[in-house]
Design a protein around this ligand. Structure first.
Ligand code: TEU
Ligand code: CA
Length: 553
């Protein structure tokens, strides 16, 4: 195990603070709430938590629109609370990484407020149409529509690749990176061990000429993974070296080659990246055009990244994606599906990321209408669809399947009111986003009491993974990847997944397995009873629907 860095051996857990645990009954998750749940994470075997933004923000995009990088949003608590979180986590062997959102700031940030008035040194901190020839241009943004917003104060427009209140920072102005350096050091000095870097491969825009007209993201050739961005990442790397901290970049539209450019150790940029290719199997061009999910295509993409990228992130969920059990699993066997997905996540080569609630198999929201939706992206797209006179039924279908709010419903801790996410003494406050009504069946407390639960399975498999060098460092080889089943090898382990609603005869893959093997690990699910141990090695044995096994040669 000697060759891996600490963050390569880690299992990372993403917390979306607004939805995790509310300590003071205002309906909004907060830092004291997180502290109160640290034992759950320690018991699960988590080494690092990634906190989605907790900075000061008007919350147009739930904190991804920062108005002060060096303070904590009062919704979430105080700087003292944050420092206590670092200490309490450390006491449990857990490190904390922050979300670093430096492509854009909120338009409420002081820099923007001064920039729009032309006050130095902030005047050129953003991309303004009065300083760039040919602007506003024809670029289109990530949340749909134009990337330019008129500002009456300056009498010019500014660039925003995301929502209109998220103004893009101009890295041609050297002072902007000086600010970033101050921010990095500020949090590193507080004991933060790294950063998840938001949309970090679009930081640098080479020029603001019109882009080639495209169905999505017209203009992206002017900012996707350009040399100017690689330079910025190298500077960030230099700052972090002294702290034994790491970075994971959220990188859009990268292939395996670009993923390596961004992460090969000798290039001294990022440590790892989140690619999107495996998350795009069930969409046509944009996620709003939903199509059938195919396991063989999914595994093919994962296997290619395993082969071609030196060190991967492993993730099936985050705050922007629907729940994996609902999305990739079986309607008939959801519990078994959740465990099969856990097996895949924790036996591939790379650093696994678990999103809050994934460890209990939380599902997509069950809302009936737009009234419950809070996400700025969903609201924007809904508005555009309405303008285009898309029929109501179709609009709702598009939003329901892929809305980011699917993953953002409050964490389900127990079967009390609001799933134990918040205390509800006077009945006045409500969670900021509605709880999924399945919380009586799916919650942490019930699963803690049930040794056959999804939660226990995660716990056991995380422990097993950490003990097995072959699962950490072993090579990867895809042996079979069909619509019904997948078989791959990691070192001396063979992982067999039956991702179908029918049983799978082991004889189907017998010739791909070693002549002798033992069952090292197996899922058992109430919704699909299965054979275990010796019975599985017997001639004629079969896997139950959605059963996953780890065989050892
Ligand atoms: O997401 C960037 C990004 O690529 C998203 O537009 C993503 O494609 C979309 O959410 C999928 O539905 C990051 C953050 O993760 C997201 O929460 C922020 O809204 C966005 O950046 C802007 O900061
Ligand atoms: Ca609160």
């Amino acid at each position: 195990m000697g060759n891996l860095a600490w963050w390569q051996k880690a299992v990372i857990y993403q917390i979306y603070p607004r939805s995790f645990a509310d300590s003071n009954g205002d309906g909004i998750g907060d830092i004291p709430g997180i502290i109160s749940k640290l034992d759950h994470l320690r018991d699960l075997g988590i080494d690092v938590i990634w906190l989605s933004p907790v900075y000061a923000s008007p919350n147009e995009d739930n904190g991804y629109d920062i108005s002060d990088y060096m303070s904590i949003h009062p919704d979430y608590g105080t700087m003292d609370d944050f420092e206590q979180l670092i200490r309490e986590a450390k006491a449990r062997g857990i490190s904390v990484i922050m979300d670093l959102v430096i492509n854009h700031t909120s338009t409420e940030h002081e820099w923007f407020q001064k920039s729009r008035q032309g006050i130095e040194p902030y005047k050129n901190y953003y991309y303004w149409s009065d300083t760039w020839a040919g602007t506003p241009n024809n670029w289109t943004g990530f949340f749909g529509g134009s990337c330019w917003e008129k500002d009456a104060v300056r009498g010019a427009s500014y660039l925003h690749l995301f929502a209109p209140h998220q103004a893009d920072l101009n890295y041609h102005e050297p002072k902007v990176f000086e600010e970033v350096e101050r921010i990095l050091r500020f949090w590193l000095e507080k004991g933060v061990r790294g950063f998840r870097c938001d949309v970090v491969n679009v930081l640098y825009k080479d020029n603001l000429a019109n882009g080639k007209k495209k169905l999505v993201l017209t203009g992206s050739e002017h900012y996707l993974s350009l040399p100017g961005t690689h330079d910025i990442l190298h500077k960030i790397h230099k700052i972090l070296v002294g702290y034994d901290a790491f970075t994971v970049g959220e990188t859009v539209f990268v292939d395996t080659k670009e993923a390596n450019f961004l992460t090969l150790p000798e290039r001294e940029e990022l440590n790892m990246v989140f690619g999107f290719e495996h998350m795009e199997i069930d969409q046509i061009i944009v996620k709003w055009f939903h199509t059938k999910f195919h396991w063989d295509q999914f595994v093919k993409v994962l296997a290619r990244w395993q082969k071609e990228v030196r060190w991967n992130t492993l993730y099936f969920e985050n705050h922007d994606q629907p729940r994996s059990t609902s999305r990739f699993g079986s309607k008939q066997y959801p519990e078994a599906s959740a465990k099969l997905l856990a097996t895949l996540l924790l036996t591939l080569r790379g650093t696994p990321f678990i999103f809050e609630g994934q460890e209990i198999g939380m599902r997509n929201f069950d809302y009936g209408s737009m009234d419950e939706i809070r996400d700025v992206e969903s609201l924007n797209i809904y508005g555009l669809l309405s303008k285009a006179h898309v029929p109501a039924r179709l609009k709702w279908y598009m939003i329901r399947n892929v809305s980011r709010d699917n993953a953002r419903t409050p964490m389900q801790w127990d079967d009390s009111a609001y799933a134990g996410f918040m205390e509800n003494d006077d009945g006045a406050a409500r969670p900021w986003l509605q709880v999924n009504s399945n919380y009586k069946e799916i919650n942490v407390k019930a699963q803690q009491a049930d040794p056959s639960s999804v939660l226990h399975y995660y716990k056991e498999l995380i422990r097993f993974r950490k003990e097995q060098d072959d699962l950490l460092e072993g090579d990867f080889e895809l042996l079979a990847g069909t619509a019904r089943y997948t078989l791959y090898r990691r070192g001396r382990f063979y992982i067999l997944l039956n991702h179908s609603d029918a049983p799978l005869k082991i004889s189907a893959v017998r010739k791909l397995l070693p002549s002798e093997y033992q069952v090292a690990f197996s899922t058992h699910s109430k919704d699909a009873p299965s054979d275990a141990g010796a019975a599985l090695s017997a001639k004629g044995a079969s896997l139950a629907p959605w059963q996953a096994v780890i065989l050892q040669s």
